[in-house]
Structures are given as structure tokens and as C-alpha cells.
Design a binder for this molecule. Structure first.
Ligand code: ADP
Ligand code: MG
Length: 517
């Protein structure tokens, strides 16, 4: 396995069962429908700002509420971002696309229909490729059916017997990305979603955050026996993390196999996922699915894109995640795990590369991927909410590099920087009095005093009880509060105990800072 367990866990997979054949020769087929909120300042057909954390119903205008006589006007920025996404996913941008009305009645849909692209989507085809570098056990290509533009709905909240409506989200632009049924297990499906997220975030077309709701996935699952045609599929809706998505797929595969083995039949239906029970449950049957009465949207002209326009966007496409990964692994000679970690935390690679300017990249990498990421994970803070600036992080690395502070103190300083929402590391060190003790005479006398005071322990050590060395180290660390350099401590302590560093080398094993490759 190329990926560490740590990365798998971090990516949020419930399992890493990547088998393609289940018990008794059953195989599973999975297709995904993704809705990604477009990163645009305004909504798809109105000039109202998109909002995520504003008070309910404060970002709504007459178009969003479908007042009589209002008309939609297509937001160019949304088109541009959808085209960017399509190009990044090798999907064919359609020079002509159009909009349709999809009718249904629900309180959070003020128009009584959603404007979508049922007949002529903005892009067709495309491909997501997974390689071993992504964690797949064999290279996989997952085809894309199409990418379409459509409106989001408002939000309904059912509370205390009544329904509350927040229309802030109503009319926000979405890209619906539909894959071909090309995945065989929950692990592959999770990797595909992960990859999609990284591409969307890279081109800047969506925040693509599942738990914040800017990316929502429905999965279609069916099972069949090896050699037989695909089975009947069920759709599982509203999965808001990769972990739940993969758990739901596993549960659904299990349910369908069991049902079929007992002589039952899979009925096409829409299902939900009960996380606590690890079971999918029926929401509604596909047979009773509403008739959406699709019709061409009469208030919007066809969307015609010129070759020139599409070419100019293609020219402007940023370096895509796969290319970036290859580049940074080479440029900074970093491991696949480290590269994936940086690529998986939106914004962190840019931060890392900026901190690297003029510094030892190996050290910056350690401090970013190991220390900073760990601290952020402990606080459950996503990288984009990290308060530390490039300058502050750079200053911290410099202080450790120049030995102004010890590595241990560096970690404490980093902890405080996050706790206090930033701040210059030098100020923290000054305030706490954490500058490194760079006084070998002082260390010498501390060690000599300790050895003189604890004759019993010193004798034991001299009689061969090597672990007493560690006991002395502990005492010194306490007295110097971690402010002294470990190498200097060892030199002074060996002198005081009358031994050589080689004699106690095996006692230092765990303490010695390994230089991570
Ligand atoms: P619907 O309108 O029912 O949602 P769509 O055509 O929009 O249908 O979406 C179909 C989704 O189901 C696609 O992601 C496709 O890959 C997937 N799919 C199609 N056939 C199967 C199957 N036999 N098993 C699993 N998934 C399937
Ligand atoms: Mg669908």
C-alpha cells in the first residue's frame, strides 16, 4: 500500500475494503450524482449575493422569491466556472446549451419549478482517473455523463410542528456532475469524490465541502452476479461526508445481496442512511416519482459559447492536482503522503510554498504537515480557518533553525499562536521567557550539582544501570523547563557522569529527533 493508514483515516474513509467481488460471486456497481455549489458572489439568475452564514432571509430578492413579472438573467461568472470545471475534468464543453423548467411543489422552491439543463447540458462526457498515487489498488477510469447548471433551493426547517423557511440559498448556482456507473466499491466511490473535490477546489469553482453543504452527493448502488447484466439500482440521498458515503454504500450492497439471496427483488427506490444503525432506509419509491413536466425555459435564450471564449478559459486553467502532486514531490523531494496531505487541505500548499521561499523546505514541511496540521486537527479547524500568517510561520521556523528556541519550545509556541489566533512567535517567546538556554557553563553546573546531589542514582548508573541516564535527563529537563538544547544537555551530562555519548546512545533512541525523509 502506498498510502499510510494515517492518510486514509484523514481522508475520512470508513473502510479500505477495495475488493471488487463480494461473497458468492456478487459484484456491485456504483454511480454518483454530485451537486456542487458554484463559488460565485451572486446567484445563478439574480444579482443577489450568495450567502452562507447570514441571518435567515436576508439575502433574497424578488427574483429569488419568484415575484410575478420578474425574469432570470444568467450569471456569467457561473458559466465561466462551470466551463473551467468541465475543462479540468476533460468534459466536452457544449457550444450550445439551454435551460429547462423542472416542476415540483415544495415550500422551499418559490417558483414551483427549478431551472436546470435537462436536454442540453453545458458539458458532456469527461473522466476521473484514479491511480495508485490516489490510493487505488489498480488504475481506474470513471467516466462522467455530463455537467449541468441548475438552481439550488431554499432550506426548510421542520420545527415544533411547523416549517420554517430560509430562502438565502434559493437560486444559488449549482453544478450537477453525474458519473457513469463505473465504480465497484465504497472505497473507489470515496476516492472519486475526493478527487472531484480537489479538482473543483483547485480551479476555484466550488468550496466543495461536504460537511459545510457546498458539495452534496447521492449514490446509486446495484448488485449483480459476475457475468450477468447490471442489477436494479437504489439511490441513497443526502450523504454529507466521505465516511458516511462509504458506510452507506457498504450497507446498501450488503442489504441488496441479502435480499436477492433470500429470493427477494430490489425495487428502484430512493433511500436515506441511518448512521447510528448503519442501515439504509426507504424514503420513497421511484414508481411514484413525480412527473416533473419538463419544459424549455421560455425566459432564457440558449447559451451560446464561442470557441474563442472556451479557449481563453482553457489557457487560464491552473496547474491541476495530479500535475501539482508530481511537481511538488520532485521539487521538495517530499513523500506521497505529505504531497497528498497538502493537496487535501485547500490553501495549505500555497501557504507551504510561500513559507518555503528562502528557507529549508524540509524543515518547513515538517513544521507544516506534521506540527501545524496536527495542532489544527486537534482543534478541528480546517486549514482555511488557520489564523497563522506566512510571515509568522516563517519566523517560527527561522527561530528553530537559528537555535533561538528549541524544537520543543517551537511546538509550544505554535500551540499558543493557534490558541491566540496568530501573533509573532518572538513576542510569545519574550513574554514567556522561552529563549533557549545557550550557556554550556550553566548546563555543566546544573549537571554536576544533580550528580552530586543524587549519589545513589549516579552510583547505580556507574554500576551499569543505564536507564538511570534517562532519569537524569528528566531531572535536567525539569530544571531547564525544556529550554536547553538536547545535544548540549547530553554533552554536559556525560561529562558529569564520566561516560561517553556512545555508551548511552541506546538510551537516546526515542528522544533523538529523527530527520524525516
Ligand atoms: P435519476 O434521474 O434516476 O437520478 P440519472 O440518470 O440522473 O437518474 O442518474 C443515474 C445515476 O445512476 C448515474 O450516476 C449512473 O451512473 C447511475 N447508474 C445507472 N445505472 C446504474 C446501475 N445499474 N447501478 C448503479 N448505478 C447506476
Ligand atoms: Mg438524477
Amino acid at each position: 500500500m502506498l498510502l499510510s493508514r494515517w492518510w486514509i483515516r484523514k481522508a475520512g474513509f470508513a473502510t479500505r475494503a477495495d475488493r471488487r467481488v463480494y461473497k458468492n460471486g456478487w459484484e456491485a456497481i456504483i454511480g454518483i450524482e454530485v451537486h456542487a455549489q458554484i463559488n460565485s458572489k451572486t446567484k445563478l439568475f439574480s444579482d443577489m449575493e450568495t450567502s452562507y452564514e447570514e441571518p435567515p432571509n436576508s439575502k433574497v430578492n424578488l427574483v429569488d422569491l419568484a415575484f410575478p413579472g420578474v425574469q432570470p438573467r444568467l450569471n456569467e461568472r457561473c458559466v465561466e466556472l462551470a466551463v473551467k470545471t468541465a475543462l479540468a475534468l476533460k468534459s466536452n464543453v457544449q457550444y450550445q446549451s439551454s435551460f429547462d423548467r423542472k416542476h415540483y411543489f415544495y415550500p422551499d422552491l418559490p417558483q414551483g419549478y427549478q431551472i436546470t439543463q435537462q436536454r442540453e447540458p453545458i458539458a458532456r462526457g469527461g473522466m476521473i482517473e484514479l491511480t495508485e498515487l490516489d490510493g487505488a489498488s489498480e488504475p481506474i477510469r470513471v467516466g462522467l455523463h455530463q455537467i449541468q447548471l441548475e438552481q439550488d433551493t431554499g432550506k426548510s426547517m421542520h420545527e415544533l410542528g411547523s416549517t420554517l423557511l430560509d430562502m438565502n440559498r434559493a437560486g444559488t448556482g449549482l453544478m450537477e456532475i453525474v458519473t457513469q456507473p463505473d465504480m465497484r466499491n465504497s472505497f473507489e466511490a470515496g476516492l472519486v469524490v475526493k478527487k472531484l473535490q480537489s479538482v473543483l477546489q483547485c480551479v476555484g469553482s466550488s468550496q466543495a465541502s461536504m460537511n459545510e453543504g457546498s458539495m452534496r452527493c447521492d449514490v446509486n448502488v446495484s448488485v449483480h452476479r459476475d457475468g450477468e447484466p447490471f442489477g436494479t439500482r437504489c439511490e441513497i440521498k443526502n450523504l454529507n461526508s466521505i465516511r458516511f458515503l462509504s458506510m452507506a454504500i457498504d450497507a446498501e450492497i450488503e442489504r441488496q445481496i441479502q435480499l436477492l439471496e433470500q429470493g427477494g427483488k430490489v425495487i428502484p427506490e430512493t433511500r436515506g442512511f441511518d448512521v447510528a444503525g448503519r442501515k439504509t432506509f426507504r424514503l420513497r419509491s421511484k414508481e411514484t416519482a413525480p412527473d416533473y413536466r419538463y419544459m424549455p425555459e421560455p425566459d432564457l435564450p440558449k447559451l451560446i459559447l464561442s470557441q474563442e471564449y472556451v479557449d481563453s478559459i482553457a489557457m487560464d486553467l491552473p496547474e491541476l492536482p495530479d500535475e501539482t502532486r508530481t511537481r511538488i514531490m520532485k521539487q521538495y523531494s517530499m513523500s506521497l503522503d505529505d504531497a497528498n496531505s497538502l493537496l487535501n487541505e485547500p490553501g495549505s500548499l500555497d501557504f507551504f510554498e510561500k513559507v518555503c521561499k528562502g528557507r529549508n523546505s524540509q524543515m518547513v514541511l515538517n513544521w507544516t504537515v506534521n506540527d501545524l496540521f496536527r495542532e489544527l486537527a486537534l482543534k478541528e479547524t480546517p486549514f482555511h480557518a488557520c489564523p497563522i500568517t506566512v510571515e509568522e510561520m516563517g519566523a517560527l521556523v527561522d527561530m528553530v533553525e537559528k537555535n533561538t528556541i528549541t524544537g520543543k519550545i517551537g511546538k509550544d509556541v505554535l500551540h499558543i499562536m493557534l490558541q491566540e489566533g496568530g501573533g509573532h512567535p518572538q513576542d510569545i517567546v519574550d513574554k514567556k521567557g522561552w529563549a533557549r538556554i545557550d550557556d554550556s557553563a550553566l548546563l555543566k553546573s546544573i549537571c554536576e550539582d544533580l550528580v552530586a546531589k543524587h549519589t545513589q542514582q549516579a552510583t547505580k548508573f556507574k554500576e551499569g544501570e543505564k536507564k538511570m541516564y534517562k532519569w537524569f535527563i528528566g531531572q535536567i529537563m525539569r530544571e531547564t523547563k525544556g529550554l536547553a538544547d538536547p545535544n548540549q544537555i547530553n554533552a554536559a551530562l556525560c561529562d558529569a557522569l564520566g561516560c561517553k555519548l556512545e555508551d548511552v546512545a541506546d538510551m537516546l533512541g526515542g528522544k533523538q529527533k529523527k530527520n524525516k525523509k
